[in-house]
Design a protein around this ligand. Sequence first.
Ligand code: IPM
Ligand code: MG
Length: 347
Amino acid sequence: MRIAVFGGDGIGPEVTGEAVRVLQALGLDNLELVEGDVGGAAYRKHGNPLPPETLAIAKSVDAILFGSVGDFGLDHLERHLRPEQAILGLRKELGLFANLRPATVFPGLEDLTTLRPEVARQIDLLIIRELNGDVYFGEKAIRVLPDGRRQGYDIMSYAEDEVRRIAHVGFKAAQGRRKKLCSVDKANVLETSQLWRDVVIEVSAEYPDVELSHMYVDNAAMQLVKNPGQFDVVVTGNMFGDILSDQASMCVGSIGLLASAALAEGTMGLYEPIHGSAPDIAGKDLANPMAAILSAAMMLRHSFGREADAVRIEAAVAKALAAGVRGGDLGGNAGTREIGDAVLANL
Ligand code: IPM
Ligand code: MG
């Protein structure tokens, strides 16, 4: 089990540090950890947010535990040098095309969400976001038009094979859950979305046991706060998935609790909390490491087939929460290390 640990910026190193402690506590006999620099931290050290050494490590491991990237102090840099390029580059270079972002409310936290508790309690959904295409990776630039006006553009596109492979991930995930798949697009306006919808419908023929529905992204954003219990698996493109997954995270109480997986074909995966680098609280022992710890659980499940260990970690987090351990994101005052200790104690 060769695992890369890329802490990155802000609170990333602190929270992945706690996830590593939890992994080490499992007593896995073949665990090998390799650290590498990413993001703003890598830029400041090597002049590159994704140095070749880091990419080489990434290509040599079985899975990656990722912290976060983002550094407001570097926002003036040319785009290819900005911290975010580390995660975008890893997704692309390693073919990590399927982003799994589950959202459920931990028992006892219903009152901490901004939704009414009886609405929040219903949430048990999985957002599957495509990660290798869309407007994120199309041609983009700021150009000067003949009349001298500046114009920014980013091309949105999806090829049918890209839609097909993420649709399969969506249908398979639904088969393992409540057998409902909602494909989110903007087919009333965008041709990219029309093709997306056509291809998802084609693929659905192979999954007669899954109930497929379609929703425009604006309506999906509304339904997510109106009646989130209606969703089982949601499959969508890179941009819509970015936005809806942040929204879903707030619906369950805190972004500090949500883990994610970015999977390639096969078992390679990158696992990261969905929260960002939170520079305002970095280095102060204030960040909640639970999302990072839960990301390590996802890693054991998806890259190493160790379901029992994954469940053990998830149960330890749930128990710590049930015992009242609350980070600042949940209105409490437990520190990063203290939360890590609480999870370890419950393991
Ligand atoms: C996410 C983040 C990234 C994204 C940023 C950091 C590039 O918001 O993983 O959701 O937009 O994909
Ligand atoms: Mg995002």
